[in-house]
Design a binder for this molecule. Structure first.
Ligand code: AKG
Length: 305
């Protein structure tokens, strides 16, 4: 069960999440949780897995790893026992399951930006009750902050993934054909990177936020260790470009699913499903509750009474 935060979440914070699609919860995590996540991130950074990938963008490098909690006890404890799951539950008003997690790890120097995207574009789940929890053991100034497009979770659209293989690109035709035939990655999660993803070109392209920054209501925060950012699975988010990092920016981002979350087999290939899900042969529309062993319940209403 999720531990209690250092303070209760307020009604205004819950309202802000639903209105804006994101909220920064100041100082809700006690120092031991920050230390645990820092230890887990460093451990995963040093010990690569087949779900580790590295991208060099704008002269900077970002290491992106998936499903850290499968290989780090510290991260697994943080994902399922820290106050995070309960805070997500308080926002959604219902029980919460852990879905998957990622790290976005950068050392000082030019910052590889994260292109604006919605998490909903990348995962095989219906995003109504999908919440991302983002934490860092580092001070992250507003300039290097996660940036979100306020209210975009209510636009009622899922955009084409902004990073991935173009199915019309002939160089990728064979891989695309294999992936389509199998309905999955050609290597089932091996050597995963976002560039493995097949774009579903029937979806509208993601707006070019870098080019039209002034046209969007962009929100970001000065982040301090102990804070928690929660944002909706359909919210557009990314980072600014041309940022110089003065210190580490080590981020841990976990996805949690509320009670209305169902499996949704998307057309383009996505971030691979957790391997243990395959045995269930999931069908679109099935509740995540049907796969309880794969997506553990981390908090239920009443747990903190
Ligand atoms: O921290 C980052 O650079 C990106 C995080 C992100 O895209 C996410 O948490 O979904």
């Amino acid at each position: 069960m999720a531990a209690r935060p250092t303070r209760p979440i307020t009604r205004d914070e819950i309202k802000a999440f639903h209105r804006d699609g994101a909220v920064l919860l100041r100082g809700v995590l006690a120092p031991e949780w920050v230390t645990l996540v820092a230890d887990g991130l460093e451990e995963c950074f040093v010990e690569r897995s087949n779900k580790s990938s590295e991208a060099v963008i704008s002269g900077g490098t970002v290491r992106v790893d998936h499903m850290l909690s499968d290989r780090s006890v510290s991260i697994s404890r943080f994902a399922t026992e820290s106050p995070v799951g309960g805070l997500v539950g308080a926002v959604l008003g219902g029980p919460v399951r852990f879905y998957m997690d990622q790290m976005f790890f950068r050392r000082p120097g030019p910052m590889a930006q994260t292109a604006f995207h919605q998490d909903a574009s990348y995962h095989n789940v219906e995003p109504k009750d999908l919440v991302r929890a983002w934490v860092s053991p580092d001070v992250v100034p507003r300039s290097a902050s996660l940036e979100v497009i306020r209210g975009s979770h209510r636009w009622n659209v899922t955009f084409r993934p902004s990073v991935g293989r173009d199915p019309d690109d002939e160089a990728h035709a064979l891989k695309v054909a294999i992936a389509r035939k199998r309905g999955m990655f050609e290597n089932e999660g091996e050597e995963f990177s976002y560039s493995n993803i097949l774009m579903d070109k029937s979806l509208p392209p993601t707006p070019d936020i870098y080019r039209h920054r002034d046209s969007f209501d962009i929100m970001g925060w000065d982040y301090n260790p102990g804070d928690l950012i929660l944002f909706h699975g359909s919210l557009l988010h990314g980072t600014a470009k041309d940022v110089m990092l003065e210190q580490d920016r080590r981020a841990y981002a976990a996805l949690y699913a509320g009670p209305r979350t169902t499996y949704l087999r998307q057309k383009g290939q996505k971030v691979p499903d957790p391997p243990a899900l395959a045995a269930y042969e999931p069908r679109t529309g099935q509740k995540l509750d049907d796969f309880g062993e794969v997506f553990p319940l981390v908090w239920s209403p009443g747990d903190w009474d």
